[in-house]
Design a protein around this ligand. Structure first.
Ligand code: 3DU
Length: 252
């Protein structure tokens, strides 16, 4: 199954749009691994994928993450997303993408700012040849993101805010999804208009960063990326369950 099929199947089975951001911290690596396992087990029926940041890879190493967390996720039929925010030149991007994919990750997050030629071209090649996904940052959720993502860009003779150009590039490059912060529902609506109905919008920034889950989905978000509002809650299982929302049920 491709990444899109896996996440859709999990979303449909668990009736949820929630991607768990597994951003736990602990100075002791065995404790960190155990905490991660416990968290995944407690929320597994309320999520449709697990997103892993570089902070977990730094603490545990990619092998340990692959042998334990990715394996556990796959045993539970949950795909995994590597939040690498790739943004280097082609050959190092390619090496990183291949390493993450060959460790079992089903999708990778990249920054489109590096461009196509000798930038993300090889990342898409590595993903496409393995049925994996590439998700492109299109508008980040933090307040400071406006300074960059709204800048006026000139392309094909017209002027557009940066995020509109990035949304158009995601369509041209056949990305498997775009990332748009839940903190800006009006930007989600505009991106949805530009990319059409087929491509998923992944929306981080719900809860701890002030974004509202229901407004993000009503504006056009497909999946919600949620970290602290689940794992920092006194009862992660109940918190994850509360994020399951069915304004329009997801079906395969
Ligand atoms: O604020 P939270 O704890 O729910 O975490 C949000 C997650 O989404 C976190 O892993 C972060 O790396 C990721 N993310 C953003 O917060 C904002 C973005 O624009 C892109 C990714």
């Amino acid at each position: 199954m491709s990444f899109e099929e896996k996440i859709l199947a999990a979303a449909s089975k668990n009736q949820t749009r929630t991607v768990l951001a597994l951003d736990l911290e602990d100075s002791d690596s065995s404790r960190l691994l155990e905490k991660s396992r416990v968290l995944i087990q407690s929320v597994k029926d309320s999520i449709c994928a697990i997103k892993i940041n570089r902070q977990l890879i730094l603490a545990l190493g990619v092998r340990t993450v692959a042998d334990n967390i990715i394996k556990l996720a796959h045993d539970l039929s949950l795909p995994t997303i590597m939040d690498a925010k790739l943004n280097d030149v082609g050959h190092t991007n390619e090496f990183m993408a291949r390493t993450y994919f060959d460790s079992g990750f089903d999708a990778i997050i990249a920054s489109p700012i590096v461009g196509w030629e000798n930038g993300l071209d090889k990342v898409f090649e590595a993903a496409n040849s393995r049925g994996r996904g590439v998700l492109l940052l299109t508008y980040m959720s933090n307040p400071g993101a406006d300074a960059f993502y709204s800048l006026v860009t000139k392309r094909n003779g017209g002027e557009k805010p940066m995020f509109e150009t990035l949304a158009n590039l995601a369509v041209e490059w056949k990305a498997q999804g775009v990332i748009v912060g839940a903190t800006r529902p009006q930007i989600i609506s505009r991106v949805r208009q530009l990319i059409g109905s087929g491509m998923p919008i992944f929306s981080p920034g719900v809860g701890a960063q002030g974004g509202d889950a229901r407004r993000a989905v009503q504006a056009g978000a497909t999946y919600l990326i949620v970290g602290r509002a689940i794992y920092a809650s006194p009862d992660p299982r109940t918190a994850a369950h509360a994020f399951r929302m069915e304004p329009e049920p997801i079906s395969t």
